[in-house]
Design a protein around this ligand. Structure first.
Ligand SMILES: Cc1ncc(COP(=O)(O)O)c(C=O)c1O
Length: 354
């Protein structure tokens, strides 16, 4: 039986993407060779890379606006340090909204001053700080648009003169934003895009070249841009599968179409959390994520029964992260409304039984 996959990442990908990717592993474009045994410099793979890069910009509405898309390695965690290495000359600002922001802050401190413009650590990151002020003269302000572990999401981005850098690992391509307000966006592939191994970086070229330090080639955005994201052997399978997912998203009508479905899915699960007396939400209502819903059982004695019912319904991956506990339903682009309906049915069945 195919599982209803609510895993936080790596996570569900569209079935048709998995099928095409597995076919390409056996025989790529009818070449008689596998995608993963051909040269990354071959015409067929160079086309894949170019297609993936231009699709990313097209879907984000960032074509012809001075942006470049790169597929790099090292995960989003590598971007915690690459952003600072390339952009932090004297002083940066960070909004601390959870584990991933905290890790980004730790890396940035190796390169210059970090001003924490706001933090929700006081309440175990169950909300997004608001009303904070952003000091003048920052090299950039770093945000995490969606906090995968805590289930919070920034709804309104700050207006500031500082360049905006955003970790969108867990909500890229899921909701329509004016992406041109950001100067650098990064996202590990393994949520809404593809398998782990590639990280999408979308960067406005004119923010580069402002730091006075030598940057090792592999960590230098300018080097990767000058080599069309092929400075070294790219993660070919991850890039190819990301390209397939981007084609899938485009064929579905792009971000605005998927956003409608994503809203229905999250509304369904949050209304059950709010109406069912056996459950309580973790994140503050106004900051709830449309991608990761975090919740708890009010009475922990029901855990065994609930967990058994979840398993019997073929639901996978809803255990909460260890720093929050409880449950987390991750509802990325490829998860169907039907799967969310199954989870909600199990939650209401628990109430009927109870
Ligand atoms: C928001 C966010 N940022 C960064 C990361 C770290 O990504 P990676 O494991 O690709 O380094 C994650 C991982 O889940 C994440 O959710």
């Amino acid at each position: 039986m195919k599982k209803h996959n609510f895993s936080a990442g790596p996570c569900i990908l569209p079935q048709e993407v998995l099928l095409k990717a597995s076919e390409a592993v056996m025989d790529f474009n009818g070449s008689g060779l596998s995608l993963i045994e051909i040269s990354h410099r071959s015409k067929d793979f160079v086309e894949v890379m170019e297609n993936a890069r231009s699709l990313a910009l097209e879907i984000l509405g960032l074509e012809n606006k001075g942006y470049k898309a790169l597929f790099l390695q090292g995960g989003a965690s590598m971007q915690f340090l690459m952003t600072a290495y390339n952009l932090l000359d004297k002083k940066s600002g960070y909004l601390n909204t959870g584990t991933w922001s905290s890790k980004a802050i730790k890396e940035a401190k190796l390169f210059g001053d970090v001003v924490e413009v706001g933090s929700s650590k006081d309440e175990n990151f169950n909300y997004i700080p608001k009303g904070y002020s952003v000091p003048e003269g920052l090299d950039y302000l770093h945000l995490t648009s969606n906090n995968t572990i805590f289930g919070t999401q920034i709804k309104k981005f700050p207006k500031t003169d500082a360049p905006l850098v955003c970790d969108m690992s867990s909500d890229i391509f899921s909701r329509q934003l004016d992406f041109s307000q950001f100067d650098l966006i990064y996202a590990g592939a393994q949520k809404n895009m593809g398998p782990a191994g590639a990280t999408l970086v979308v960067i406005k070229e004119d923010i580069l070249g402002k730091v006075n330090r030598q940057i090792p080639s592999m960590l230098d955005y300018a080097v990767h841009i000058s080599k069309d994201s092929m400075f070294n052997t790219p993660p070919v399978f991850a890039v190819y599968t990301s390209m397939l997912t981007l084609e899938w998203l485009k064929s579905k009508g792009g971000i605005s179409a998927i956003e409608e479905v994503n809203e229905k899915k999250s509304q369904l699960v949050y209304s059950e959390i709010d109406l069912n007396p056996l459950f309580e939400g973790f994140a503050k209502k106004e900051d709830r994520s449309h991608m990761n819903a975090t919740f708890n059982l009010v009475d922990d004695r029901l855990k065994e029964t609930f967990d058994t019912m979840v398993k019997e319904a073929g639901i996978n991956g809803i255990n909460g992260h260890r720093s929050v506990g409880g449950y987390r339903a991750s509802m990325y682009n490829a998860l169907s409304l039907e799967s969310v309906g199954i989870l909600v049915d199990v939650m209401s069945e628990l109430e009927r039984k109870g």
